[in-house]
Design a protein around this ligand. Structure first.
Ligand code: NIG
Ligand code: FE
Length: 413
C-alpha cells in the first residue's frame, strides 16, 4: 500500500537537493548541488519527507495533491540573509549625484543617504511601514526568496528603532516568508544627538529593552559610521545580553571589524569588499560566514567587488545576499545577485547557488530548517522556467520563477 502524503512535486529536469547534512559547504564542495535527475520531493505537514527520482516516489506515495514541475528545474527557495526591508521613501535621485562623481560616503557625509531615509521613516506610521515592507516581501517571494533577514536602522532614535523592530515582528508572524530580525541601531550616527549620547542610548537603553523584540545585533563599521572601539563596545554589550552578532565590515575601508566581530562569535561578517587574508583566516577558524552582496558595488558604480575567489579558495563560508535597501541596492532578486556573483566575482553558477541557499541559511542560523531539500526541513521549494542550474545566471534580468512553495503551501502570484 502506498503511503498517504500531502504533496508530491515530481517531473523536474533536475532536483537540486543541496544536501549538506547540517553544515555549510566550502571550497570544492560548493560545486556539488546534490542533483537528482528527474527528481521529486515528498511533502507532509509542510515538511520534506523524502527526495528521490520521480519514478520511485510516484510509486511509493499516494499524494493528496501533485505538482507537476513539467520538466523544469526544482530547488530550495532562496535565502536572502542581509536586508534592510523596513523603511519609507526612495532615493532614485542619488543616481545623478553618483553620475557626477559623488561617492556613497560623500552623499552620507553631506547629510543625504541613510539620513534622508531616516527622515522619511520617522514620519511614517507603524501601519504604513508594515504595508510598505509587506509589499516588498511579496515581490521577493515572487522572485523565489522564501527566507529574509531584516534589519532595523532607519530610525536612529529609540522610538523609531522600536517601531521598525515591531514591524519586523509583525511581519514575522503574518507574512508567508520566513523572517529573521536584526537590530541595527548602529547604522550611522543621527544628526540630532552627539556621538556620546547616541552610544549611551544604544548601550544603556536600546540593547537591554529590545532584547525580546529581536534576535541579532549588527553594526555598520565604517568611516562616517561607527569606529572600531564603538563597534566593540556595542557588540560586547549585545553579546552579554544574549544577542547573536553580525557586522557590516570592510565595505569601503578595512577597519578590522570582520576579525573583531568574528572573535566575539559573530555568525557572519557582511560586505567584505576590503578585508585581509589574515582576517579571512580568523573568520575561517571561527566559522564566521562571509556574506557578499555584489548588487552593492554594481549600484554604487564603484567597481569594487569582494574577492570571492580568494575566499572560496581559502575555504571560507561564502554566502550571497541582496542587501536590499533604498541607498545601495534596491534589488529584490536573488537570481540577479547570482548573475552578478558569476559575472563580476567569477563564482561558478554552482557556487553562487550554494551561497544563496545552504550557506545563506547558515549565515542566519537557520540551516536546521531551510537552505536545502533534506528530510525534516521545511518544504521551501521553487520551480524555475529553466532546465539547468547555469540557466539562472545565463538568462539574467528575467524572473525565472514559475512556482513558489513555502512550508508546503503554494504561494499565489
Ligand atoms: O548595507 N552599509 C550601510 N548600510 C546599507 C546602505 C544603507 C543606505 O544607504 O540606506 C548597506 O549598504
Ligand atoms: Fe547592509
Amino acid at each position: 500500500m502506498a503511503e498517504k502524503i500531502d504533496i508530491l512535486v515530481f517531473n523536474s529536469s533536475k532536483l537540486l537537493t543541496l544536501c549538506c547534512e547540517g553544515r555549510p559547504l566550502v571550497g570544492k564542495k560548493m560545486q556539488d548541488l546534490g542533483v537528482i535527475a528527474n527528481g521529486a520531493v515528498a511533502i507532509h505537514h509542510g515538511k520534506i519527507l523524502e527526495t528521490g527520482t520521480s519514478e520511485t516516489l510516484l510509486q511509493k506515495y499516494q499524494p493528496e495533491k501533485t505538482i507537476d514541475a513539467c520538466g523544469k528545474l526544482v530547488m530550495p527557495g532562496f535565502v536572502d540573509c542581509h536586508t534592510h526591508t523596513v523603511f519609507a521613501g526612495t532615493r532614485e535621485y542619488e543616481l545623478g549625484m553618483k553620475i557626477s562623481g559623488a561617492t556613497y560616503l560623500d552623499i552620507l557625509k553631506a547629510g543625504g543617504g541613510i539620513h534622508s531615509t531616516v527622515n522619511a521613516t520617522r514620519k511614517a506610521s507603524e501601519e504604513e511601514l508594515c504595508q510598505l515592507a509587506s509589499d516588498k516581501l511579496d515581490e521577493m517571494l515572487r522572485h523565489g526568496t522564501t527566507t529574509v533577514e531584516i534589519k532595523s536602522g532607519y530610525g536612529l532614535d529609540y522610538e523609531t528603532e522600536k517601531k521598525i523592530l515591531k514591524v519586523i515582528k509583525h511581519l514575522k508572524k503574518n507574512h508567508p516568508a520566513r523572517i529573521v530580525s536584526t537590530y541595527l541601531g548602529a547604522h550611522t550616527f543621527p544628526k540630532d544627538m552627539t556621538r556620546e549620547e547616541y552610544m549611551k542610548l544604544i548601550i544603556e537603553k536600546a540593547l537591554p529593552d529590545f532584547k525580546d523584540l529581536t534576535e541579532y545585533c549588527d553594526v555598520f563599521t565604517e568611516e562616517g559610521a561607527f569606529n572600531l572601539s564603538e563597534t566593540e563596545a556595542i557588540l560586547r554589550k549585545a553579546k552579554e545580553l544574549g544577542y547573536k552578532l553580525k557586522i557590516h565590515a570592510g565595505q569601503f575601508n578595512d577597519l578590522g571589524a570582520a576579525s573583531l566581530a568574528s572573535n566575539l562569535g559573530a555568525i557572519s561578517a557582511d560586505h567584505l569588499e576590503f578585508v585581509s587574508l589574515k582576517e579571512l583566516d580568523i573568520m575561517k577558524k571561527n566559522g564566521t560566514a562571509s556574506v557578499l552582496m555584489p548588487g552593492v558595488p554594481f549600484f554604487l558604480m564603484n567597481g569594487k567587488y569582494p574577492d570571492a575567489r580568494q575566499m572560496i579558495n581559502n575555504e571560507n563560508i561564502v554566502a550571497l545576499s541582496t542587501d536590499f535597501n533604498p541607498g545601495s541596492c534596491p534589488a529584490y532578486s536573488m537570481q540577479l545577485i547570482i548573475a552578478l556573483a558569476c559575472y563580476q566575482m567569477k563564482m561558478t553558477p554552482e557556487e553562487a547557488i550554494v551561497a544563496s541557499t545552504v550557506n545563506a541559511a547558515y549565515a542566519i542560523d537557520r540551516l536546521d530548517v531551510c537552505g536545502s531539500l533534506e528530510p525534516g526541513k521545511d518544504a521551501d521549494i521553487i520551480i524555475l522556467n529553466v532546465t539547468e542550474p547555469a540557466h539562472i545566471p545565463y538568462y539574467f534580468g528575467s524572473n525565472l520563477v514559475s512556482k513558489v512553495i513555502k512550508s508546503g503551501k503554494q504561494i499565489e502570484k
